[in-house]
Design a protein around this ligand. Structure first.
Ligand SMILES: *[C@@H]1O[C@H](CO)[C@@H](O)[C@H](O)[C@H]1NC(C)=O
Ligand SMILES: *[C@@H]1O[C@H](CO)[C@@H](O)[C@H](O)[C@H]1NC(C)=O
Ligand SMILES: *[C@@H]1O[C@H](CO)[C@@H](O)[C@H](O)[C@H]1NC(C)=O
Ligand SMILES: *[C@@H]1O[C@H](CO)[C@@H](O)[C@H](O)[C@H]1NC(C)=O
Ligand SMILES: *[C@@H]1O[C@H](CO)[C@@H](O)[C@H](O)[C@H]1NC(C)=O
Ligand SMILES: *[C@@H]1O[C@H](CO)[C@@H](O)[C@H](O)[C@H]1NC(C)=O
Length: 347
């Protein structure tokens, strides 16, 4: 019996420890080169199985921490566990020398990945768009990438706020690669030297275990109220969506028309009732006056009096439907309410 109890308590102990280990995987901390605090959810490939989260795996090569993101390789320059951001730079660009990116990565592509839902700070974010042109484009002469250009092919780095696509650029040019970049200064001089600096500094992505989990459940994620980089799953019944739907319904049948129609249906009886009410209340007043004054006022005078009153009824101000109606704002379509924070809603 004693033996059984001992075995039972050992089993319970083991069960609790295993559960605790799964609940607190952040016990492990590894380091690689300059990155000393690789801990939950991040893990290194070489870490023991229980460490970190396999979706946030990094590798370590020649003392450099590397993130494989959508098949492109990026050096990890910084991980912030407070801000929940990771700063990375394309392996081909991180040294600040002339090269094409290891992989083309658009800003939209970062947004679509629930593990890394978007760039950390869009006010400092730019896209470096590598465009190859068959002609010499004088507008972009300063941002010409010498190592990528030849006599008949000219490669420029077109710095913009968002990824540029081939239909955005002049005919003899084609976008051959794009990569996000972070830059604290205002981009005034679109020189190739500026582009190299931006390539080297890389870009900050948000990371979120919650967002990844939401997506696994087939739900989108949104920023938690008043927090920049903390996410939670969208409500099952999305109130924004309902409000948006009601809005668009009203917009569809035109709120103005409804109000106009209601006015025209209700206004005549209301005016009629008001006139009737005025008439009878005046009659009452006159009756009272007639009785109380006891003067020799003639009937005709009273009748004229009534007529005078009736001749100027309260002016029924008919308001036309077009004049002053509440217009449903057209720009507030449900799409715009929903899309920005919901990641990968469809897939
Ligand atoms: C990595 O850095 C450590 C010391 O920080 C050094 O001993 C080791 O040789 C380095 N390895 C490589 C491949 O550079
Ligand atoms: C990306 O980097 C890896 C590792 O350095 C390399 O093997 C691969 O060829 C690179 N691809 C491109 C397109 O630069
Ligand atoms: C391109 O044009 C600029 C001036 O517009 C000129 O300075 C430069 O030499 C030209 N480059 C080539 C490769 O033709
Ligand atoms: C490019 O043009 C220069 C002179 O304009 C010439 O010397 C050079 O051989 C050309 N290079 C190629 C690869 O055609
Ligand atoms: C550079 O990008 C802007 C958009 O930011 C675009 O209008 C322009 O056509 C681009 N120029 C070239 C040569 O790619
Ligand atoms: C812009 O670039 C030119 C060289 O291309 C440089 O002489 C000038 O100082 C730069 N201006 C600023 C504001 O960085």
């Amino acid at each position: 019996m004693k033996n059984f109890l001992a075995q039972l308590s050992l089993l319970i102990f083991l069960f609790i420890s295993a559960t605790e280990a799964r609940k607190n995987p952040q016990i492990c901390s590894s380091s690689c080169g300059d990155i000393h605090d690789i801990s939950y959810p991040f893990r290194l490939k070489e870490d023991p199985a229980g460490c970190g989260d396999p979706d946030f795996q990094l590798s370590c090569k020649n003392n450099k921490t590397i993130l494989n993101f959508h098949g492109g390789l990026y050096y990890v320059k910084r991980i912030s566990y407070d801000e929940r951001t990771i700063r990375v730079a394309d392996v081909n660009l991180a040294s600040g020398s002339c090269s094409l990116p290891n992989r083309s990565l658009s800003m939209q592509e970062v947004l679509m990945d629930a593990r890394y839902p978007g760039l950390a700070d869009y006010s400092y974010s730019y896209a470096l768009n590598f465009v190859r042109c068959s002609n010499n484009i004088s507008d972009l002469a300063k941002s010409r990438a010498p190592c990528l250009s030849g006599n008949t092919s000219h490669v420029y780095v077109n710095i913009s706020r968002d990824s540029v696509y081939s239909y955005d650029v002049p005919k003899p040019c084609k976008v051959i690669s794009t990569v996000p970049a972070f830059y604290e200064n205002m981009v005034q001089n679109l020189s190739y030297e500026t582009a190299l600096k931006m390539q080297e500094s890389g870009f900050d992505m948000r990371w979120s275990v919650e967002c990844r989990d939401c997506r696994a459940k087939g739900r989108g994620c949104v920023n938690k109220f008043n927090t920049a980089n903390i996410f939670q799953c969208e409500e099952e019944y999305d109130y924004d969506a309902i409000v948006g739907l009601v809005y668009s319904l009203f917009a569809a049948v035109n709120l103005a028309e409804i109000i106009g129609a209601v006015r025209f249906i209700l206004l005549p009886p209301v005016i009629f009732a008001f006139l009737l009410h005025t008439y009878f209340s005046m009659r009452k007043k006159i009756d009272v006056r007639e009785k109380s004054s006891q003067t020799d006022q003639s009937r005709g005078k009273v009748t004229r009096n009534i007529e005078n009153h009736l001749e100027m009824p309260p002016k029924p101000v008919l308001i036309s439907a077009q004049d002053n109606c509440v217009m449903a704002p057209e720009s507030d379509s449900p799409k715009e309410i929903l899309i920005p924070e919901s990641m990968e809603r469809s897939s």
